[in-house]
Design a protein around this ligand. Sequence first.
Ligand code: NIG
Ligand code: FE
Length: 396
Amino acid sequence: MQVVRQAATVLTCDPAQPGALGVLTGVAIALDSGRITWIGPDEEAPDGEVLDATGCVVLPGLVDCHTHLVWAGDRADEFRRRLAGESYTSLLEAGGGILSTVRATRAASEADLVELATARLKAMRARGVTTVEVKSGYGLEPATEARMLRAAHRAGEASGVRVVGTFLGAHAVPAEWRHDRAGYVRQVIREQLPAVAPWASAIDVYVDRGAFTVEEGREILAAGRAAGLAVRVHAEQVAFTGIAAVAAELGAISADHLERIDAVGIAALARAGTVAVLLPAAMLYLRDPPPPVEALRAAGVPLAVATDYNPGSSPAGDLWVAATLSMIAMGLTVEEAVLGITRNAARALGRPELGQIRVGGPADLVLVAPPAGFPATAAGLLQPLGGQQVRAVVGG
Ligand code: NIG
Ligand code: FE
């Protein structure tokens, strides 16, 4: 048995506990056989191996619910070109962007992908992240799509991170199918989907200018749903298309990006209980406007925050940084940012048992101190951009 003792504060993120964040003070937490077995007054803590949380905030293990972290190659030159004024979409339409990462990823062996992904996941776990969603989408043909997701799961085992796989065969139209888009959609549905099935729990599509149309997206999402996968979507990022509302009608568990979502889309997300996944680093790297957070909040749409970690639009794998950016660049409150990387992120993955600290739940938590001089509270932890000091991570 392990016992977390002397925490300055515990943000349980359990709705049954007080306040928006379920804040407890003066409590100890006992962990046994992978579960949380007891939470109670510190002075009544049972015996066990002590995890000393003096000066720390204790939170659920963080959940990064949107990443593209299996990739090979790099896009540093593209970064220079975008700084000089070229747009993300024009690079993609000219065969660069996502498609340049596709070429490098197709050429990489599974061992290479496992090694790269393991390094990335180890860095994330060291920051307190115990669950990471990983998308395919840099293969765009059956063998590499499956290889990416298999590599993600192997990297999860090597790094102690719980990996949740998402199939994103409709991330871009590959060069060889440019003149037969319908043929590519057929391949996604008939060949890629069965090939990735053992490694994916959700399907995702990128509907946007330069990517897929709403009709193509609808057909692919519906096929994924019929195959038993949860529905997610990259929606309303560069251009407004209306895909968020379509995905919500298909019962999507999340709609992600949403910089350009309209009132109809927001109402559809609210009706369906779809989580809005906000990706502030991608928004800033692409110099997009912020999503309509006030309208999403007013409609009661649950908000999650993720890194979107990838080599192009969001080369930023630190979930604490994403959480802080969600407040300063998008207008989330401290409480929304914390729930966005814990409970609501877990919900966006269809894993509501994660992202909370409660008796009977998984022993999955992080002990973390703010940078020197900041208070050990939710606001003190998230006000600084990076620099949180992770003392211990349990679970994953
Ligand atoms: O979420 N927008 C589409 N897909 C990713 C970018 C992936 C890439 O640029 O390689 C995103 O921003
Ligand atoms: Fe993405």
